[in-house]
Write a protein that binds this ligand. Structure first.
Ligand SMILES: NC(=O)c1ccc[n+]([C@@H]2O[C@H](COP(=O)([O-])OP(=O)(O)OC[C@H]3O[C@@H](n4cnc5c(N)ncnc54)[C@H](O)[C@@H]3O)[C@@H](O)[C@H]2O)c1
Length: 257
């Protein structure tokens, strides 16, 4: 347990599982008090219990990024009295052909990831500006943000929009000392990722594209904790002059073919 984030309060969305959970554990281990925000109450409570058992401080709020952004910030204020760090991590992934995707399916992806990132960033930034002590926002993007892929135009578009939002937020919040960056993972071993088998959304074509043809120079998917380390750097006092940047953490996947 280091104390590099001692005195800081971090709000992490989608922190009941995968990358968000690992980020919550990592930031808590480095001394931050963590608000675990997720729609999944049992797993959110488990994340908080795990942090507590390791000697950290955490609080769970059951909340949806689409409609509960203010309530998440209020939870941070009520429980820990301030907010210094926001990690916009909540996300959903499903595959559907471009010719078949419905308006509702498209909007759902954009709502959770793009609109949710905007709403939570706006609510958190208002509080950070009010506090007057700067802050950090990290948006979890994906290499899908800048790659074309079949059956995920809704997801890839939402992630591409997040990268642009990262740049716009960075410029607009810079005068307030709020640094805004992104992390773009490749394949990560989480419940969302398709690395060990076929999930119910997956077609043989999708499996062929992602699994058999995939090229990862480091020859393995990432662990969630490896993505969390990148986030931990971007929110730490070690990072003072990077803003508006999205850091690719993909084992080299996106630089080869
Ligand atoms: N796993 C990968 O390979 C991978 C790769 C690139 C990017 N990502 C991104 O990383 C982030 C985390 O993904 P993960 O792999 O850990 O997935 P995951 O499914 O393990 O976790 C996602 C979490 O988000 C929560 N969530 C979903 N909708 C929500 C909402 N509306 N409000 C609040 N919480 C909500 C879920 O309940 C879940 O706990 C996502 O933004 C995802 O797009 C993942």
């Amino acid at each position: 347990m280091s104390d590099i984030l001692a005195g800081k309060v971090a709000l992490i969305t989608g922190a009941a599982s995968g990358i968000g959970r690992a980020t919550a554990l990592t930031l808590a281990r480095e001394g931050a008090a963590v608000v675990v925000a997720d729609i999944d109450a049992p797993r959110g409570a488990e994340t908080v219990a795990t942090i507590g058992a390791a000697g950290g401080r955490a609080h769970f709020v059951q909340a949806d990024v689409i409609r509960d952004a203010e309530r998440m910030v209020e939870a941070a204020m009520q429980e820990f009295g301030r907010l210094d760090i926001l990690v916009n991590n909540a996300g959903i992934f499903y595959t559907v052909d471009l010719l078949d995707v419905t308006f509702d399916e498209w909007v759902r992806a954009v709502d959770v990831m793009y609109f949710g990132t905007f709403r939570c960033s706006q609510a958190a930034a208002r509080q950070m500006v009010h506090q007057g002590a700067g802050g950090r926002i990290v948006n979890i993007s994906s290499i899908n943000a800048f790659l074309g892929m079949p059956q995920s135009s809704h997801y890839n578009s939402a992630k591409g929009a997040i990268d642009q939002l990262t740049r716009c937020l960075a410029v607009e919040l810079a005068p307030h000392g709020i640094l805004v960056n992104g992390v773009a993972p490749g394949f990560v071993e989480t419940p969302m990722a398709i690395v060990n088998g076929i999930n119910e959304h997956e077609t043989p074509e999708f499996q062929e594209f992602y699994v058999r043809r995939r090229r990862i120079p480091l020859a393995r998917p990432a662990l969630p904790a490896e993505i969390a380390e990148a986030v931990a750097f971007l929110v730490s006092p070690r990072c003072t002059y990077i803003t508006g940047h999205t850091l690719v953490v993909d084992g080299g996947l996106s630089i080869t073919f």
